[in-house]
Design a protein. Structure first.
Length: 255
């Protein structure tokens, strides 16, 4: 149990308490009073302390789901749902199709809102709708004539503001670690010029996606999808780690 305590402490404080590591830990903590068991016949891990069922090797039939099976929320349900405290800021994004894609991805990950700045187009727009497919009606958004106004407002509200840009001293995306209870904003820049330098200077840090080919640039909507996924997962995993830490009891890990 002491070994498990040390492992969990390590995973929590290093932002690596994910599903894979929870599976790894269960062999060590199976004697604790939190109803953890390994099903030998079904090969299913049941960990009540985090309410997770993980199928380790049982095959599925791979049948594509019907739309009705996806449990999609209505517009009203989405608006009422708890959002991840992550804001996307578009700094003078020219393409309306990119704007629509950002709305759609922000909806998929249930993000808090989108800030549209400068020349970035706003809904309602037929071109935005082509890629947003209605997400422009679910995701909250606000327009700012100048991106710096959005940055100042976010800082005043307590957000950590991160530019997604290739800059000296940038933090590689895979190295990002979310802090518990922290709120974040990600700034994506113009298709040609990127995030304005004065906006970068006003940010708390810059995130950069490592690239290994001849082209060292990505489409705005592709970049948005990658960073939204990575940062939202880091935030949710940190939240999960804190929940596990709380439910199992701090004394278990500090002995």
């Amino acid at each position: 149990m002491a070994q498990a305590s040390n492992l969990v402490s390590h995973f929590i404080y290093n932002n690596t308490l994910n599903l894979k590591n929870i599976v790894y830990l269960c062999a060590e903590v199976c004697t604790c009073a939190n109803s953890i068991c390994l099903g030998s016949t079904e090969d299913v891990l049941c960990a009540d302390f985090v309410s997770i069922n993980i199928h380790l090797s049982k095959p599925c039939d791979m049948r594509k789901k019907e739309i009705e099976e996806l449990c999609r929320m209505t517009v009203e349900e989405f608006r009422a749902a708890e959002k991840l405290p992550l804001v996307i800021v578009l700094d003078n994004v020219r393409s309306l199709h990119n704007v629509g894609s950002v709305f759609r991805t922000a909806d998929a990950f249930c993000l808090e809102r989108v800030c549209l700045c400068g020349i970035t187009a706003c809904p309602p727009s037929a071109e935005i709708h082509k890629t947003a497919l209605g997400a422009e009606d679910t995701v909250e958004w606000k327009y700012y004539a100048d991106t710096m106004d959005a940055v100042r407002e976010l800082h005043d509200a307590g957000y950590t503001v991160l530019a997604v840009e290739q800059v000296e001293g940038s933090l590689k995306l895979g190295e990002f670690q979310a802090e518990p209870g922290e709120r974040y904003a990600l700034i994506l820049g113009n298709e040609v010029k990127g995030v304005r330098q004065d906006v970068v200077d006003a940010c708390d840090q810059a995130l950069e996606i490592p690239q290994y080919g001849m082209k060292h640039s990505l489409n705005v909507s592709v970049t948005a999808g990658i960073v939204m996924w990575e940062v939202s997962q880091a935030m949710r995993q940190k939240s999960l780690a804190e929940e596990v830490f709380s439910k199992l009891g701090k004394n278990l890990f500090l002995k």
